[in-house]
Design a protein around this ligand. Structure first.
Ligand code: ADP
Ligand code: ZN
Length: 519
């Protein structure tokens, strides 16, 4: 594609003639212009926004080869196929390739636009030597959040890239990611040596997605109801392989719809067949672990449901972002339980120190999202550094604002009771003590003599369970090994009256009645 003209043609011409798109989308043009100017850039663009084009197009226009660092072989091969389909001269250098010789020769001859490599290969000195044998036009670093320990997917190999990049000071660097919070962004800039004014962030709003987040009581029934409202294709994320299989069967039985499972433990043929069937279908639902969705291009997914909490706000955004790429109204519905957070916080304890802090912040941010009585979209967008309006009009809380009540006093009573009973009893026992219900165990332990015995009024009692959910989500209450409750996090600040606690008023006919929970 490169010829000898010194003046570059208009990038829009290349966009239309090589890629067949009438125009750039969003920030694509801004990113491309910087790259063509030789300026290093970090582009933060949501999934589906068209990141690949921002290096593929300059790769076609510029003399020399664009080296693309990408973390997964499967991802590289997807990219390779789509680049080649556009007539871009592309190759990969991975352990899965047999045509190394040809690829290396093509690079040396200057007839490659794009060369994809994994970071572990790119960071080796031999690779640097190899690159000096022909002109390099650009380094594109895909999934750049992998370079940061703050990111959710830190890969030490990404750290090894810096010497390579620094060996080519005149070659611009283009780092790309869909998932970077404020902290991670700064870290990517530093780690990859990109100037601060090289940061370009695309708008993250997906206005056609309606966000809903609810407590989970009976996930099969809750998701089946959603499926009745949304007859189009949908993705249900479940936390484990076993739950994936179980739910697929139950949802099919409950709704009579086509439902298939997808997880890494299925035989590869079955997995591929299920994925292909889903992509081709106009009404199928796939129940999957988070392994599903990477590199899938299905524009008409009408809903994404989570049967448990995702790993982080970034993961939530990315997973729900698979809904409604065609711009038509779509839903993202999460069903969460306090135990999801308890399990996640338990895992925190098993992590190395360096990662713990980042993970804890991620969980806190996620807890704030699920617990908020305010606009979900506003929280999401603020998380990605935007300054959204207070209300979006298209999330559960905007459509039916929950009543917020101040629960600071109640929280102090609850935490005192947990403390005074020795931080070993479960919720049932604590509740009895607080409302002043004497039973065998309460008397035996002498808990009827505590100052906290019976200090909660009958009318307030129904708020205790949701309050425990909230406090657990924020790590103020933690589950002990034997299902007891103990104090953690900001418990002390709350007890000292330094930190207020509020909760959304639970729906009138909710859990404690049992029989007919209303969602
Ligand atoms: P990302 O990597 O940001 O998730 P991709 O690079 O895979 O996104 O692009 C997502 C989809 O958008 C692809 O199908 C791609 O062909 C398409 N696309 C990219 N740029 C444009 C554009 N300017 N106009 C129309 N479609 C585009
Ligand atoms: Zn809203």
């Amino acid at each position: 594609m490169a010829d000898d003209t010194t003046l570059l043609p208009d990038p829009r011409d290349t966009l239309q003639h090589v890629f067949g798109f009438p125009d750039f989308r969003g920030v694509q043009r801004q990113v491309v212009d910087r790259v063509l100017n030789g300026q290093s850039t970090l582009a933060v663009m949501p999934t589906g926004a068209g990141k690949s084009l921002t290096y593929q197009l300059p790769a076609v226009m510029l003399e020399g080869t664009c080296i693309v660092i990408s973390p997964l072989i499967a991802l590289m091969h997807d990219q390779l196929r789509s680049a080649r389909a556009n007539g871009v001269r592309a190759a990969t250098l991975t352990s899965a390739d047999a045509d190394w010789r040809e690829t290396m020769d093509a690079f040396r001859a200057g007839t490659l636009d794009l060369l994809y490599v994994a970071p572990e290969r790119a960071s080796q000195p031999q690779f640097l030597d190899f690159l000096t044998s022909a002109p390099v036009a650009l380094f594109a670093i895909d999934e750049a959040h992998c370079v940061s320990e703050w990111g959710h997917d830190f890969r030490p190999d990404y750290r090894g890239l810096r010497p390579l990049l620094d060996s080519f000071p005149e070659v611009p660097r283009l780092a790309l990611t869909a998932t970077a919070d404020h902290h991670t962004r700064g870290d990517i800039l530093t780690q990859l040596g990109i100037p601060e004014d090289g940061l370009i962030v695309a708008g993250f709003d997906r206005p056609n997605i309606r966000y809903t987040i609810r407590h989970r009581d009976n996930p099969v029934r809750q998701i089946a109801r959603l499926m009745e409202d949304e007859p189009g294709p949908g993705i249900v994320y479940a936390p484990t392989r076993r739950k994936v299989e179980d739910m697929a069967v139950k949802l099919a039985a409950a709704t009579g719809r086509d439902v298939l499972p997808y997880h890494a433990g299925l035989p590869p043929e079955e997995r591929a067949a299920n994925q292909a069937a889903f992509v081709a279908s106009e009404d199928m639902v796939i129940v999957a672990t988070v392994a599903f969705g990477m590199g899938i291009d299905k524009p008409d997914v009408r809903f994404v449901a989570h049967a448990g909490i995702p790993k982080s706000i970034e993961a939530y955004y990315q997973e729900t972002g698979r809904a409604g790429r065609d711009g038509d109204p779509s839903q993202a519905v999460m069903f969460w339980g306090a135990e999801d957070f308890a399990i996640a916080r338990q895992r925190l304890g098993e992590m190395g120190d360096a990662r713990q802090e980042g993970e804890r912040k991620r969980l806190d941010a996620l807890a704030a999202l699920v617990e908020t009585p305010a606009c979900r979209r506003a929280i999401l967008l603020r998380h990605f550094g935007e300054d959204p309006p207070e209300q979006c009009g298209n999330c559960d809380n905007c459509l039916a604002p929950p009543e917020v009540i101040d629960a600071t006093e109640l929280a102090r009573k609850l935490l005192s009771a947990v403390y005074r009973t020795g931080q070993t009893f479960g919720f049932g026992h604590i509740q009895k003590v607080l409302v002043g219900m004497e039973d065998e165990r309460v008397r035996q332990r002498g808990h009827d003599n505590l100052s906290v015995f019976g200090i909660v009024e009958r009318e307030e009692a129904p708020l205790l369970q949701p309050l425990v959910h909230t406090l657990k989500a924020h790590g103020v209450l933690v589950q002990t090994e034997h299902n007891g409750l103990a104090l953690g996090g900001a418990a002390r600040a709350i007890l000292l009256g330094e930190k207020p606690v509020s909760i959304a008023r639970p729906p009138a006919r909710s859990r404690s009645r049992g029989k007919r929970a209303s969602q």
